[in-house]
Design a protein around this ligand. Structure first.
Ligand code: NDP
Length: 325
């Protein structure tokens, strides 16, 4: 256990577009932000290839490049960007307590939560087994697709992520079999039609995964079934990609913050305030509707402004500089 407790004016948890944007604003307002990157530095965008819809990049930019630029921009104004994972919080008092990697304790005047969301898996034992073995199960085509070039893969899901990942994989793999559990896509028309019109993507509607098959080390195929006829069949594949949505990374806040039934943090409408004074939320941890990099960045900005105003109102002897935005 650490014997010294660090005191921080503004602690930012998470390093996606929300966290880094909050950091840029907080640093420029002299709030001396400390940002913990978490388990996936750069957040979900590091698993995305081309980002073409973030304003200001007419030719697009890769997700990892964009996150490095955001980190550099936050650091340029003095954000203390650190490795580490916040494993526990205690928001029951005036001073908000957080623990880093179970040991280091930090006392914070304000906390900005930007913990984002994580990929969901089906939960099949066989899926988890090969995921943990690193033997052919992945939730990120952009990260892992390279390992399956010139091979056949199966992908589960029918949303925009699934469509994007299937299209990405189709450029590397000889064949992508897409398992869609209903008789239609959830993805936008443009994304779905791109997939439908790609010759080496086969779409199996009304089809779900029964088991991920393997030789004990690596994936060799998938046993799928038609959920209308109940017919089971096997698809040879060396990779099994899951693209069925995300879960907000908010478990450590249970018991302190108001969460909805899925775990998204409930904010005061029109603000980034939570039910705890001095604790603010930005990005996908509170957003199950828009979930875009640009909206996450927007709420990151809002969170820093809300935190700054909170500090200015609460601490009469606390000198907050005039921010230059
Ligand atoms: P979504 O929640 O939109 O879609 C999840 C998909 O997974 C659905 O088709 C769902 O099926 C399917 N699914 C869920 N659980 C299972 C299961 N157990 N077995 C089989 N299939 C399952 O998540 P996404 O990650 O695709 O998208 C999230 C948000 O991000 C959306 O708002 C999306 O528009 C956006 N996005 C935008 C992109 C872009 O514009 N470039 C790229 C990627 C995402 P069902 O339809 O039957 O419910």
């Amino acid at each position: 256990m650490s014997d010294t407790i660090e005191k921080v004016k503004c602690l930012i948890i998470g390093s996606g577009p929300a966290g880094y944007t909050a950091a840029i604003y907080a640093a420029r307002a002299n709030m001396a932000p400390v940002l913990y990157q978490g388990t996936q530095p750069g957040g979900q965008l590091t698993t995305t290839n081309d980002v073409e819809n973030f304003p200001g990049y007419p030719d697009g930019i890769t997700g990892p490049e964009m996150m490095i630029e955001l980190q550099n921009q936050a650091a340029r104004f003095g954000t203390d960007v650190r490795d580490g994972w916040i494993t526990k919080v205690d928001f029951s008092g005036d001073i908000h307590k957080v623990w880093v990697n179970e040991t280091k304790e930090i006392h914070c005047q304000t906390v900005i939560i930007s913990t984002g969301a994580s990929a969901k898996y089906l939960g099949l034992e066989s899926e988890q087994k090969y995921l943990n073995l690193g033997g052919g199960v992945s939730a990120c085509a952009v990260c892992d697709g390279f390992f399956y070039r010139n091979q056949e893969v199966v992908l589960v899901g029918a949303g925009d992520s699934a469509a994007e990942e299937a299209h990405y994989l189709s450029k590397l793999c000889t064949k992508v079999t897409m398992l869609v559990r209903r008789d239609e896509f959830r993805a936008s028309k443009i994304m779905a039609s791109r997939v439908i019109n790609t010759p080496n993507i086969e779409i199996l509607y009304n089809t779900e995964t029964d088991e991920v098959l393997g030789d004990g080390q690596v994936v060799t195929g998938v046993r799928a079934y038609n959920n209308k006829t109940k017919e089971k069949f096997e698809i040879p594949a060396t990779g099994f990609f899951v693209a069925i949505g995300h879960k907000p990374n908010t478990d450590i806040f249970k018991g302190f913050l108001d969460l909805d039934e899925t775990g998204y943090i409930i904010n005061v409408p029109g603000t980034t305030k939570t039910n705890i004074e001095g604790v603010f939320v930005s990005g996908d941890a509170a957003d199950h509707v828009y979930r875009q990099a640009v909206t996450a960045a927007g709420t990151g900005c809002m969170a820093a402004l809300d935190a700054e105003r909170y500090l200015a109102a609460k601490e009469s002897d606390f000198e907050v500089s005039t921010p230059v935005y």
